[in-house]
Write a protein that binds this ligand. Structure first.
Ligand SMILES: *Cc1c(COP(=O)(O)O)cnc(C)c1O
Length: 359
């Protein structure tokens, strides 16, 4: 085995061609005689690398000019705090939708800074559906509305972009770049890179420029979006290697035909897996069918006593990291952009075979 089929939820699979390019560049990037990791972020070679990555990302997502793109650190979890620190302004309230563990964490963190109005929650049904927009109890004085379009752990995905009259803030850690997106519908989008973008250590923020500059004087410089925007994300040393690698992923995505093409492949991959699960009496997924995640597919076996045998057999078949999140158990196959259709085909074959042998 050279490369396993890797279904890890994050850090996750990266395209082999990207890793091979990084290997070729590792000791001597663009005839500089140095690795990307060894160069100053003020070096022209790195500045060009960084600018190209941003241009490619803007092309892929058709990001309008009135949005800033920030390449930060600290993960999506830091954004749980940076969003209220930067967007509250004089408001004392923010609206949050609770659809699972990641939105719950964002809510908990925001409570340090303001009154959080939970406009809707699907906790009553173990987060297996998205509450209908017409039932949301939006507040008049909220500074923004926050939600998580794809709950990585529960495998629940919004099948609509909420239409609200406040800036819409989205944690897209596990879905950004999986298909085309109308960025103009959002005030701010953030994503940790290690799911569908690149290696850990990089966090992307796409923010409408009129929302910059609202942080109060008590907000530390490193947590102020405007300072990062004004400095091209180089106020301090950025994660240069992660930025470079994400740039290679952006180039790879363009070579694949961009996000339209990726979206089609991702829909096919997810359909293959969900169709198989739904056609089986042995495997099941509890999420409302129209709101199932294209990226993270949790499923359980009819008999959880067989979980370990399932995982052991999968490992032997080079199908790795299928164990569900420690909080929910069962299985989860994360099928991000870099997980090829072949991986899902092999997984489905394995699942069918396991069912035949053990059910
Ligand atoms: C993984 C994940 C996070 C946490 O990301 P970190 O980079 O580890 O902080 C937050 N939200 C979602 C939706 C995620 O998938």
């Amino acid at each position: 085995m050279i490369r396993a089929f890797n279904f890890c939820a994050g850090p996750a699979s990266l395209p082999s061609t990207v890793l091979l390019q990084a290997q070729r560049d590792l000791l001597n990037y663009r005839d500089s005689g140095m690795s990307v990791m060894e160069m100053s972020h003020r070096d022209q070679v790195i500045v060009e690398m960084a600018e190209k990555a941003e241009r490619d990302l803007r092309d892929l997502l058709a990001i309008p000019d009135d949005y800033a793109v920030l390449f930060l650190q600290g993960g999506a979890s830091s954004q749980f705090a940076m969003v209220p620190m930067n967007l509250l302004g004089d408001a004392g309230t923010a609206d949050y939708v609770n659809t699972g563990q990641w939105s719950s964490k964002a809510i908990k963190e925001a409570r340090r800074f303001c009154d959080v109005n939970v406009v809707a929650s699907s906790e009553d049904a173990n987060f297996t559906y998205v509450p209908t927009l017409s039932g949301w109890k939006l507040s008049d004085d909220a500074a923004y509305v926050h939600y998580c379009p794809n709950e990585t752990i529960g495998g629940l995905e919004f099948d609509f972009i909420p239409e609200v009259d406040k800036p819409l803030v989205a944690d897209m850690s596990s879905t950004l770049l999986s298909r085309p997106l109308d960025v103009s519908r959002f005030g701010l989008i953030y994503a940790g890179a290690q799911k569908n973008i690149g290696p850990a250590g990089l966090t992307l923020v796409i923010v409408r420029k009129d929302l910059l500059g609202r942080a109060g004087p008590q907000v530390p410089s490193m947590f102020d979006y405007k300072i990062h925007a004004d400095n091209g994300s180089m106020y301090n040393t950025p994660p240069t290697f992660s930025w470079y690698l994400a740039g290679l992923v952006f180039e790879w995505l363009k070579e694949q035909g961009g996000l339209e093409a990726m979206g089609e492949i991702n829909r096919r991959k997810a359909a293959m897996l969900y169709d198989f699960i739904d056609g089986s009496d042995f495997y099941s997924n509890p999420v409302r069918p129209s709101q199932r995640s294209l990226m993270n597919v949790p499923f359980v076996l009819a008999d959880s006593a067989l979980d370990q045998a399932f995982l052991d057999g999968a490992f032997d078949a080079d199908l790795q990291n299928l164990k569900g999140h420690r909080s929910v158990g069962g299985m989860r196959a994360s099928i991000y952009n870099a997980v090829p259709e072949l991986a899902v085909e092999v997984l489905v074959e394995y699942m069918a075979d396991f069912e035949k042998r053990r059910a």
